[in-house]
Design a protein around this ligand. Structure first.
Ligand code: 5GP
Length: 194
């Protein structure tokens, strides 16, 4: 999506070579809600004709884009995996484990209440970034535990120099990203894959 690439070029802050991209002005801290709705529409066009019953994402940074995208999919519910098993989650939960990309690969559990994810539901996975694929693999695991049908994974920014996209596609998951970054450094800026 050209407009997203333009905003990444103009507003993105690169940390390290092929490590972290910060887009805090519109996605990860302050959220440009009108722009996120446009990204949601772009996801709908990528998954044109696919039935989506529910969007499944992960707290914290997936929630904003998922809520903004839901109207484009007919105001479907957004279900987000929680990172802490709080007293708020009652009863049975699906559990999986992921490694934090931003916190030195620290492992953490994610939880989804069985009440909200049922066998046969058509689920679209969604997240802001795809890096090593750990967060998405954990969401996929939970969807599979539930017997839900995964329509695909909708990603705002995929970093193709990290293996997440390949790992998911190798598992047969349809991954659609709105911007794909082939490499980035403070010297070169962001180089897009296509
Ligand atoms: P993965 O599990 O694919 O390694 O990492 C995905 C998660 O890490 C995303 O949910 C996102 O929050 C965070 N993440 C990964 N790479 C970046 C990045 O370059 N910038 C930001 N802001 N977050 C990232």
């Amino acid at each position: 999506m050209e407009k997203l690439k333009q905003r990444i070029r103009e507003e993105g802050k690169i940390r390290g070579t092929n490590e972290l991209l910060k887009v805090d002005s519109f996605l990860n801290h302050q959220m440009d809600t009108a722009f996120l709705a446009e990204l949601g529409q772009a996801f709908r066009e990528k998954f044109d004709g696919c039935q989506v019953d529910k969007i499944l994402t992960i707290e914290t940074s997936g929630i904003g884009i998922a809520v903004a995208a839901a109207p484009a999919f007919g105001n479907v519910p957004v279900l987000f995996a929680k990172k802490n098993k709080t007293k708020n989650i009652a009863g049975d939960v699906f559990i999986s484990q992921a490694e934090s990309f931003t916190q030195d690969r620290r492992p953490y559990n994610i939880f989804v209440s069985k009440e909200f994810l049922k066998a046969g539901e058509k689920v679209l996975l969604m997240d802001d970034f795809l890096a090593n694929g750990s967060a998405l693999a954990a969401l996929l695991d939970i969807a599979q535990q539930a017997g839900a049908q995964v329509v695909g994974a909708a990603i705002v920014i995929e970093k193709t120099f990290q293996p997440g996209g390949r790992l998911l596609r190798d598992k047969g998951i349809r991954v659609e990203s709105l911007a794909r970054i082939a490499s980035m450094s403070e010297e070169t800026g962001v180089v897009f894959a296509d």
